[in-house]
Write a protein that binds this ligand. Structure first.
Ligand code: HSE
Length: 370
């Protein structure tokens, strides 16, 4: 059995991964060793697998890491930068599976999303590639949603606006959003019970409170509730894009691995949802397909994508972050021809960014190796 080390397995992505692995009984086929960057030496919590009496190993102990056949890390970019290159330099030749973004641009790494690029993953495995990285969440969710159109080479270009949940930014951000909700909800009962207060006064009070110095905004630097932030990640020099927007075209084309590159661009927006990312696409096809045809091509690509009928009730019940969260389904809806151009149509997608957007491609890559 392969020795598989897990690092960063208690963070948001890591714990979703472990939960899925327990559900799918993936631990039956590996010898799992759990690492920690700070709490090594402490007991590994009982996961009801063969890990009784195991102590957490030090995630910076290179001798211990060297013994592993496979490393799965959800610890983040800093850990990858500090450990990956040193480990390779001292001759470690195991498989590195990573949720962090920093190795995605490396020629020696494959971005994994097997319902889209299984063939490429297998080719690279046969060539001896040993580094496999999960893609950006919105990229992976877009490819799962639109896989049929990409596979059939039907897309000329894509323009996208994203609606990304607070948890996509990390645990401390989702906590801050919850603190912001609490802060405002504390003042609402008094305001709403006071009959003399008209609704515009209440709106004004809430806005004033959002701007008060005590309002919790250390991480977002602004309020996310009663607000949105049309900026995700750092600025890319000269292009006007943010890094999140840049990844859309770069990572998609790296995963597709085709000669003809598809232009993709848009604006990435953080919104006050807790979990699951949504995206609104304008897509220019290279031919005039009927809506029924588009439905068929999208639906038949993979078993997780689900087309939601373009009507009010289905949309509010099924095409939402609250419906999709904690599910592997990637839902798409609002599919309609745009009166801009006969080859253009709109489509809205929602998917759980912690599942298909992060942990699930890594879990499936690990399964391919074992
Ligand atoms: N870059 C993504 C975000 C993380 O900021 O939402 C993926 O969830």
């Amino acid at each position: 059995m392969k020795n598989v080390g897990f690092i960063g397995w208690r963070g948001m992505v890591g714990s979703v991964l472990i939960k899925r692995m327990l559900k799918k009984k993936d631990f039956n086929n590996i010898n799992a060793i759990f690492f920690s960057t700070s709490q090594y030496g402490e007991s590994v919590p009982d996961l009801n697998i063969k890990n009784k009496n195991q102590k957490l190993e030090n995630a910076y102990n290179f001798e211990k890491l060297f013994e592993l056949d496979i490393i799965v890390t959800c610890q983040g970019s800093e850990y990858t930068n500090e450990v990956y290159f040193k480990l390779r330099k001292i001759g470690w030749n195991g498989y590195w599976i990573d949720a962090a973004s920093n190795l995605r641009t490396s020629d020696n790494a494959v971005i994994v999303l097997d319902p889209i690029n299984l063939k490429n993953i297998q080719e690279k495995l046969n060539m001896g590639v040993k580094t496999f990285v999960g893609g950006n969440c919105t990229v992976s969710l877009m490819l799962m949603a639109l896989g049929g159109l990409f596979e059939n080479n039907l897309i000329d270009w894509i323009s996208v606006s994203t609606y990304q949940a607070a948890s996509g930014a990390g645990a401390k951000f989702i906590k801050e959003l919850i603190l912001q909700i609490k802060y405002i909800s504390n003042i609402i009962p008094n305001l709403i019970n006071d009959k003399s207060n008209n609704i515009l006064n209440i709106e004004k009070k809430i806005t004033e409170n959002m701007n008060s110095s005590n309002f919790p905004k250390k991480n977002f630097h602004t309020s996310l509730i009663n607000n949105l932030i049309p900026w995700i990640d750092k600025k890319i020099n000269n292009s006007g894009q943010t890094k999140e927007e840049w990844k859309g075209q770069y990572e998609t084309n790296k995963i597709l691995n085709k000669t003809k590159k598809i232009p993709i661009d848009g604006i990435c927006v953080r919104i006050a949802t807790l979990r699951s990312h949504s995206q609104s696409f304008t897509i220019k096809l290279n031919q005039n397909l009927s809506i029924d045809n588009i439905h068929y091509i999208i639906n038949s690509h993979n078993k997780w994508v689900k087309v939601i009928p373009n009507d009010f009730n289905d949309t509010i019940n099924f095409l939402t972050p609250s419906f999709v969260s904690r599910k592997l389904d990637v839902v798409v809806g609002r599919i309609k021809k745009l009166n801009i151009d006969k080859n253009c149509f709109s489509i809205f997608s929602v998917g759980d960014q912690l599942l298909w957007g992060a942990s699930e491609p890594l879990r499936r890559m690990l399964k391919l190796l074992i």
